[in-house]
Ligand binder design. Structure first.
Ligand code: FES
Length: 185
C-alpha cells in the first residue's frame, strides 16, 4: 500500500548481532536448565493436586500427599506453601549410601537418621540453599539432587556434599498420617 513495501530491508545491522555474547548464552543455558528442572519436577503435580481434598488445602498450612503410588526409587514433587517439596521413595541402596557417609565428610553434618522419619522416605524442600534454584533430582555425583545453577551437589539424604550451597536441603515439618498418607506442614 505504500512505497515502503518494496523498499529493501537494508536497515542497519546492530553490531551486537555479529559479536559473540557468551554471557547471554550462559545465562540462557542456565535459565533453560532451571525451567526444565521446574517443569520436570512439577510433572506429577497435577496428579497430586487431584488427590488433595480441595483447592483451599493448597493454600493451607498443610497438605496431604498420597504416597501409596510412588514407586520405589521414584521422586515426586509436590507444592507446599508455594515451594517444591521432593518426596523421595528411597531404595535400599540410596539409604545405605546416605548412612555409610561419615559425618566428617559433610559440610553441614547431620546424620541421615536425623533427617528422615522412615528410612525409605526422604522429604525435603526442593530449593537450593545457595541462591534458590530448584535442583534436579537423581542427578550429580551423589545421585540425590544436583543444582545446575552453580553446581551444588546433594546426596540421597539431601545433604550438601560439593558446591557453594552452605546447608543441606531443608526438611519441612511432616508426619505420616497412615502408611500411605503423608501430611506436610
Ligand atoms: S542456586 Fe544452587 S548452586 Fe547456586
Amino acid at each position: 500500500m505504500t512505497a515502503s513495501t518494496t523498499t529493501p530491508a537494508s536497515t542497519t545491522t546492530p553490531a551486537s548481532t555479529t559479536s559473540p555474547e557468551p554471557t547471554r548464552r550462559d545465562f540462557l543455558y542456565v535459565a533453560t536448565t532451571a525451567v526444565g528442572a521446574v517443569g520436570a519436577g512439577f510433572a506429577a503435580w497435577p496428579l497430586i493436586a487431584q488427590m488433595n481434598p480441595d483447592a483451599t488445602t493448597l493454600a493451607a498450612a498443610s497438605i496431604e500427599v498420597d504416597i501409596g503410588g510412588i514407586a520405589l526409587g521414584q521422586v515426586v514433587t509436590v507444592k507446599w506453601r508455594g515451594k517444591p517439596v521432593f518426596v523421595m521413595h528411597r531404595t535400599p541402596e540410596e539409604i545405605a549410601a546416605a548412612r555409610a557417609t561419615p559425618l566428617s565428610e559433610l559440610p553441614d553434618p547431620v546424620s541421615d537418621e536425623e533427617r528422615v522419619q522412615k528410612p525409605e522416605w526422604l522429604v525435603v524442600i526442593g530449593i537450593c540453599t545457595h541462591l534458590g534454584c530448584v535442583p534436579l533430582v537423581h542427578q550429580g555425583a551423589f545421585k540425590g539432587a544436583f543444582c545446575p545453577c552453580h553446581g551444588s551437589d546433594y546426596d540421597t539424604s539431601g545433604r550438601i556434599r560439593v558446591g557453594p550451597a552452605p546447608a543441606n536441603l531443608a526438611v519441612p515439618p511432616y508426619k505420616f498420617a497412615t502408611e500411605s498418607k503423608l501430611v506436610i506442614g
